[in-house]
Design a protein around this ligand. Structure first.
Ligand SMILES: [Zn+2]
Length: 283
């Protein structure tokens, strides 16, 4: 009899609750929030203004991770600190989006693997489906809701993508950015990027790279340079000094200044577009 009661308890709706989900960065939180809709709200672990490449979890964030059933994140290449933390949490499922075999992958200019893959909306749309599948496996009772929310979110991303593509068609000037995060965005929208000051991830740029870019700037081969929200703008300012290079507003490729709600992905992509367009419309 006791075994029967236990069996019944295991299949009862109480155990089919909506999973608690944690995410790494605001654009990923936004994709999860769109799929969950009114069923739940994912947490986000990156601090406001934080640098994704050296994320370290505080005790309160470790507790949030311990309470979660699922971590949805880009993967260890973006946030090695989170990789170490999540391996110490028992029974935490992990969905590393870069691991999905259909994800479009691009290298940094130096040839190593670039993890900033959310900046291509094709990947964001793919990942929405991947997230819905994993949530449905954990919570089959709500599978129809996850699928419907995912389809609606993919329709919104397609509309955003064509809107941004038509705006960015006017950007033909060559520009540099602080870190080399934007390859996915510039490839998708066919933009003439001259790359980042830092050739790989957020490590400081080397002297050889800086003097090569400085030479290009002096020859007028670079129209604009963009600093970044999380980094000192001095290197960008120095590159432009005494040349015709226009210094644009700071970019925020990871959305570290945004509220991590369901609108954060569209806000990030729209803000990036508007900032880059200052290069085409500069005074
Ligand atoms: Zn980055």
């Amino acid at each position: 009899m006791r075994a029967l009661v236990l069996l019944f308890a295991l299949s009862s709706p109480a155990l089919a609750d909506v999973p608690q989900v944690q995410t790494d960065i605001p654009p990923v939180a936004a994709l999860v929030a769109q799929v969950m809709g009114d069923l739940g709200t994912p947490g986000v672990l990156l601090d406001k203004g934080g640098d994704e490449h050296d994320m370290q979890l505080r005790p309160s964030q470790m507790r949030a991770l311990t309470d979660a059933q699922l971590l949805v994140w880009v993967g260890p290449e973006l946030t090695p600190g989170l990789d170490t933390a999540r391996q110490s949490v028992r029974d935490l499922q992990s969905l590393a989006l870069l691991d999905d075999p259909a994800t479009l992958r691009l290298p940094y200019t130096d040839g190593s693997s670039n993890p900033h893959a959310w900046l291509d909306p094709t990947n964001a749309s793919l990942w929405i489906g991947v997230i819905a599948q994993r949530l449905s496996a954990l919570d089959p009772a709500h599978a129809a809701t996850y699928a419907a929310n995912a389809a609606a979110a993919q329709t919104q991303i397609a509309a955003l993508d064509s809107d941004l593509a038509s705006q960015l068609a006017g950007l033909t000037q060559s520009f540099v950015t602080y870190h080399d995060a934007y390859g996915y965005f510039t490839a998708h929208y066919h933009l003439p990027s001259a790359g980042g000051l830092a050739a790989g991830d957020a490590a400081p740029p080397g002297a050889a790279r800086l003097s090569a870019l400085r030479a290009q700037a002096e020859k007028g081969q670079i129209a604009c340079a963009f600093p970044e929200a999380q980094h000192d703008p001095a290197l960008i300012t120095n590159l432009a000094q005494g040349t015709a290079v226009f210094v644009g507003p700071p970019l925020d490729p990871v959305g570290s200044t945004l509220d991590p709600d369901r609108h954060a992905y569209a806000k990030l992509m729209t803000a990036l577009t508007h900032s880059l367009l200052t290069c085409a419309n500069k005074p």
